[in-house]
Design a protein around this ligand. Structure first.
Ligand SMILES: [Zn+2]
Length: 390
């Protein structure tokens, strides 16, 4: 059997299948051709020697912003995604009904990362940093959103709405209602962005349906998941039991170590870990999804459990086909090769709180449909080199 590429001697971790062990992976025609204890590389053109490295499904980042040049906060997709282990990236509301056609043609169709999206209930998406997209609630038009989501149903995974007061003013409840109406019509999840809203978080949670997603779940901003005594609010426990998903969505202002730690101590962990990487956090504290997952290894998760939160769990959360977020013979060869770097590393949350960690996942090489993407070949100067403090 002749393959195009073989990844040799890596420690393959595929949480969805409970796989953790030394294996070889063969790639042919952009697909995974074999996952075996030993694959001969005799006739193979290309070999990645992965001894001492981790080989995992290509990561799935549930929350990014990559409508570059249009959404104010967006960055280019490939340098931070496919060059850094993420083969599937889900843009969280950078585009709305007015701009999804352009996003689809000029980004999704043009980049190497598989980019999908939550469509913003605001037609403008997240266009501007100073003028909130739902301060004028007329931008939230259910029919337009539903129509656009149906037209682009191959790339739209759900509806996004941001509920912070400087974005929606006093319109948070009506904005949420409209997002949920669109989500119900489309039979797709709604992702809500929380923190600093006019109304309390429990009022939002009560309205969510099973499968809806809260992003920025561990924000240190007001109206979050903890009460004044640092206890997880009852509504969050109820929501968790009903199947609402608590996503991290780290971002520039929305992940707090003290909040995440209090939640962990009380037994409430995230359902998915996403980066919310964008231009205001790319150079820290987020950097990329592997750094965000490393923060959960720091918080006590096994590597396998942390990787599940950035592969199979986000894939399932938005109903992607079963083979995305796991390693399956016959599926696209979307594979991340990473180093678990041992040694002191300082992790910083969105509030500037620091934690001294000892393990950092670092992207070494990514395969997307069998094509190789190495971070040192990334064209983005800000992404070359090691940004972390040691
Ligand atoms: Zn975001």
């Amino acid at each position: 059997m002749t393959y195009d590429l073989v990844i040799k001697n890596g420690t393959v971790i595929d949480p969805a299948q409970g796989v953790h062990g030394k294996k070889d992976i063969a790639v042919a025609g952009g697909k995974i051709a074999a996952i075996e204890d030993y694959v001969s590389d005799g006739d193979t053109h290309d070999v990645i020697e992965a001894d001492g490295l981790l080989v995992t499904p290509g990561l799935v980042d549930l929350h990014v912003h990559v409508w570059w040049g249009v959404a104010h906060l967006a960055i280019e997709a490939d340098p931070v995604c496919v060059y850094r282990g993420v083969t599937t990236a889900i843009d969280a509301g950078s585009s709305g009904a007015n701009t999804i056609a352009g996003f689809n043609r000029y980004v999704m169709d043009a980049v190497d990362t598989r980019v999908l999206a939550f469509l913003h209930i605001s037609g403008m998406g997240q266009l501007d940093n100073d003028i909130g997209e739902l301060e004028d609630i007329r931008w939230a038009r259910v029919e337009r959103a539903v129509e656009a989501a149906k037209l682009h149903s191959d790339v739209i995974v759900g509806i996004k709405v941001r509920l912070t007061d400087n974005i929606v003013g006093n319109n948070d409840m009506v904005a949420l209602d409209r997002a949920l109406e669109a989500g119900a019509e489309l039979n797709k999840p709604v992702m809500i962005h929380i923190g600093g809203s006019v109304h309390d978080f429990d009022e939002f949670l009560e309205k969510l349906r099973p499968g809806d997603i809260v992003t920025h779940s561990f924000t240190g901003n007001p109206h979050g998941i903890l009460d004044n005594n640092n206890k997880v609010i009852d509504a969050a426990w109820d929501a968790m039991k009903r199947g609402i998903i608590f996503d991290v969505g780290h971002g520039a202002g929305s992940f707090s170590f003290p909040v995440a730690e209090a939640c962990q101590e009380q037994g409430l962990g995230p359902g998915t870990v996403s980066s919310d990487v964008h231009r205001y956090n790319l150079r820290g504290p987020v950097y990329d999804l592997m750094t965000t997952l490393s923060k959960y290894i720091y918080l006590g998760y096994s590597i396998d459990d942390a990787l599940a939160l950035g592969t199979s769990k986000p894939s399932a959360a938005v109903g992607l086909p079963d083979h995305i977020g796991t390693l399956t013979v016959g599926a696209d060869a979307d594979i991340a090769v990473a180093q678990l770097r041992e040694g002191p590393v300082t992790f910083t949350d969105a509030k500037g709180n620091e934690r001294a960690g000892n393990q950092l996942l670092v992207p070494v090489e990514t395969l997307r449909k069998g094509r190789r993407f190495n971070p040192i070949h990334s064209t983005h100067p800000d992404l070359i080199g090691q940004p972390h403090k040691h």
